[in-house]
Design a protein around this ligand. Structure first.
Ligand SMILES: Cc1cc2nc3c(=O)[nH]c(=O)nc-3n(C[C@H](O)[C@H](O)[C@H](O)COP(=O)(O)OP(=O)(O)OC[C@H]3O[C@@H](n4cnc5c(N)ncnc54)[C@H](O)[C@@H]3O)c2cc1C
Length: 429
């Protein structure tokens, strides 16, 4: 049997009639926000349409890095490092967090120039990231089957376990008083004088003073039904788990077309790096001009596909009433199979890059839908409806910053002064 992607969290049998804050979406962002709010003594309900951590938060590579991030995101990633270090103590369970290091290898001068440019731009943060020469890369990660011209290495970046982390955080939030509701899709919000005063779930209404939309790839659809145009698109990425018993570094390595990291269960998660599928939908056409400027930098990593997905997506209702079954109940977990042969390609590319993996066996492949914004920065912001907040659009790198994003969302909801600059994540409605 292939290994499960996430540790199951049983939902509470009882649903609270009233809370201070209702959270829509039980991924790492919703769970981290619930933990922060419960620790501040607020009454919280975390509502998840399927399973806690069942979508992106369990399907990702598990890299927790400050290295290579947009400059605007580095302070949040630095705060996240501290929070990851404290999490085990706070939630009383293992998240698999370890500072085992991350190495990016450069195959050519262009890639190396990108690493150098990032290193120069982020010097003032005092990160430990180091530029490496070709000889230093060979010494750190010997046995490469390709020539690398250099690399970027951060010994204190690392990984956490997507299988366990969100479950641990959600259960930590429950231990501090949060209600955890699974298989409980939220259909809409109720308002009074234009401000949020409740959420409507498939199990009934929960009164609340504020709601957070942390719904990952579903945020645009949910917000659209409220008349809010949240500009978000989808890309699909494939990952594989392999068994490998030979020598391999403890730290994670990413190159032009491969990536791997050691897993807590003894295997490795591997992927074809920079190979994301864009399944065209009507949203791609509607938002084309918003996303074009960023596409100039990322087009090499994207493969656009038009097919049955387009028509399936077209059939999804954009508007519904809260007494109707919604698209959220129809898809409890976005559980797509690996795209094409990308799981097998991931192993092939890895073996080319590091032939020591030649005997490795692929034990499971899966894919995940990544939610992206036009700037590739997340949105952690008040929405244009009093009492409604959004933390979404993490653009393929929200797992590592999840705990800090949850803290920032909690600070915004409670009206506290943000502990990191929130302006890069504030949405211009
Ligand atoms: C293949 C892949 C590799 C990645 N690698 C990394 C990595 O190495 N490092 C990194 O930092 N990030 C990585 N990411 C990105 C990271 O996984 C995401 O940014 C992060 O998990 C987003 O968390 P989230 O809580 O916003 O979304 P999700 O985990 O998707 O959670 C949103 C939840 O909301 C629920 N929901 C939606 N609508 C409703 C509703 N109406 N009612 C109730 N519930 C609802 C969904 O069911 C879902 O569980 C990767 C992502 C993928 C897919």
């Amino acid at each position: 049997m292939s290994p499960a992607l996430f540790r199951n969290v049983d939902g509470d049998a009882a649903m609270p009639a009233e809370v201070d804050v209702a959270i829509i979406g039980g991924g790492i962002i919703g769970a981290s926000t619930a933990l922060e709010l419960a620790e501040r003594g607020l009454r919280v309900a975390l509502c998840e349409k399927g399973a806690i951590g069942g979508e992106q938060s369990s399907r990702n590579w598990g890299w927790v890095r400050r290295m290579g991030r947009d400059v605007a995101e580095v302070p949040l990633a630095m705060q996240a490092r501290t929070l990851w270090q404290e999490l085990r103590q706070r939630v009383g369970a293992d998240t698999g967090y370890t500072e085992s290091g991350i190495l990016y290898v450069a195959s050519n001068a262009r890639e190396m120039a990108n690493h150098e440019a990032w290193h120069a731009k982020t010097k003032h943060f005092g990160l430990e990231s180091k530029l490496l020469s070709a000889a230093e890369v060979a010494a750190l990660a010997p046995g490469a089957g390709r020539k690398f011209v250099g690399g970027l290495y951060t010994a204190q970046d690392g990984r956490a376990e997507p299988y366990a982390a969100t479950a641990a955080i959600a259960e930590g939030a429950r231990a501090k008083g949060a209600a955890i509701l699974t298989n409980c899709a939220v259909r809409g919000v109720e308002t009074q004088a234009g401000a949020v005063n409740g959420i409507v779930t498939e199990r009934g209404t929960i009164k609340c003073g504020a709601a957070l939309l942390a719904s990952g790839a579903w945020t645009r659809l949910f917000a659209g039904n409220l008349g809010i145009n949240f500009k978000q698109l989808h890309v699909r990425a494939t990952v594989a788990r392999i068994e490998h018993s030979g020598p391999a570094p403890e730290f994670a390595i990413g190159g032009t077309d491969f990536a791997f990291r050691r897993r807590q269960d003894g295997g490795y998660s591997v992927a074809v790096r920079n190979s994301n599928i864009v399944p065209l939908s009507i949203d791609n056409f509607q938002l084309m001009f918003d996303f074009l400027p960023n596409l100039r930098h990322s087009w090499r990593e994207l493969q656009i596909r038009f097919g049955a997905h387009f028509f399936r997506n077209l059939a999804i209702p954009r508007h519904w009433n809260t007494d109707e079954i919604t698209p959220f109940e129809r898809t409890r977990i976005n559980n797509d199979a690996p795209y094409g042969m990308l799981d097998q390609q991931a192993l092939k590319n890895l073996i080319q890059a590091y032939p020591a993996f030649a005997g490795a066996k692929l034990t499971r492949g899966w894919s995940g839908v990544i939610d992206v914004t036009a700037t590739a920065l997340p949105v952690i912001s008040a929405a244009p409806m009093p009492g409604l907040f959004i933390a979404s659009g993490f653009s393929g790198h929200g797992f590592g910053i999840g705990p800090a994003a949850g803290r920032l969302a909690a600070e915004l909801i409670t009206g506290r002064r943000p502990s990191v600059d929130s302006s890069p994540f504030c949405y211009a409605w």
